[in-house]
Design a protein around this ligand. Structure first.
Ligand code: ADP
Ligand code: MG
Length: 227
């Protein structure tokens, strides 16, 4: 299986639908440790991306998404996602279809772009905490001979775990970092939307739904009366 314009268009459409469907969750997560706008930001950005979605190559399509996100979304996430999509676009320039290695290269380029633009790294409670584990898992899967579908499925599972793991971490970047230790115990909104994006690459509804869950809401509370 390889990925062409049709599949990339479908991923973008699925992601736009997912952020719209789950925008309240994303905003609620951001209300706990930010300024309660991540859902609206992503919804607005992906609406614009759908309107402008244009191009006859994977690179052109990804670039059109990037431009929409950069121009339509204020705040941190728009330019960061926009940079990610732009770098992914550059990584696949000149290709009509993408094989597993090309997809991993695109994800890796996106990771480096966000890292550079955000002056951030893994472990700081950001979208990189979903994207980084996804890339590791994709590389491992590909090295074991997995096909693209299986590689993406494993990437999505790792992104979901990475998102869950942000709950216990203290934020060191963005608005959430202003809360210091009080950011612990909440799931990062950007890591959540990134886990959703990777899940959308698989096209599996079950993985998309899982990505859009708040793991912190499910943690059993300790204390008197709780078994
Ligand atoms: P804003 O913080 O400007 O309101 P959003 O609420 O849309 O923007 O996005 C917040 C998300 O952006 C955070 O949850 C985090 O994942 C991500 N983020 C913020 N700053 C950085 C950074 N420097 N590097 C990587 N990701 C970041
Ligand atoms: Mg915000």
């Amino acid at each position: 299986m390889s990925v062409g314009n049709e599949q990339i268009t479908a991923v973008i459409q699925r992601f736009a639908a997912a952020v719209t469907e789950h925008r309240r969750l994303l905003t609620r997560l951001d209300s706990a440790i930010g300024d309660a706008d991540h859902g609206e930001n992503m919804h607005r950005g992906m609406r614009a991306a759908l309107e402008r979605l244009d191009g006859d190559t994977p690179a052109a399509l990804l670039k059109s998404v990037s431009m929409a996100l950069i121009s339509k979304v204020g705040g941190a996430a728009g330019p960061l996602y926009g940079t990610g999509f732009l770098r992914a676009s550059k990584a696949v320039e000149g290709k009509d279809t993408l094989e597993t290695d090309d997809v991993i290269a695109a994800l890796d380029a996106a990771f480096e772009g966000v890292k550079q633009r955000g002056k951030s790294e893994r472990g700081q409670k950001t979208m990189l905490d979903a994207l980084g584990p996804a890339i590791d898992a994709a590389r491992d899967a590909a090295a074991e001979g997995a096909d693209l579908s299986e590689t993406l499925r494993r990437a999505a599972q790792a992104a979901d775990q990475g998102k869950r793991d942000t709950v216990g971490v203290q934020a060191q970047k963005g608005r959430a970092s202003y809360l210091g230790k009080r950011s612990i115990g909440h799931q990062d909104p950007g890591a959540t939307s990134t886990a959703m994006l990777i899940a959308c690459m698989t096209g599996e509804d079950q993985l998309i739904t899982a990505a859009a869950e708040d793991a912190s809401a499910k943690e059993p509370e300790s204390g008197p009366g709780v078994e």
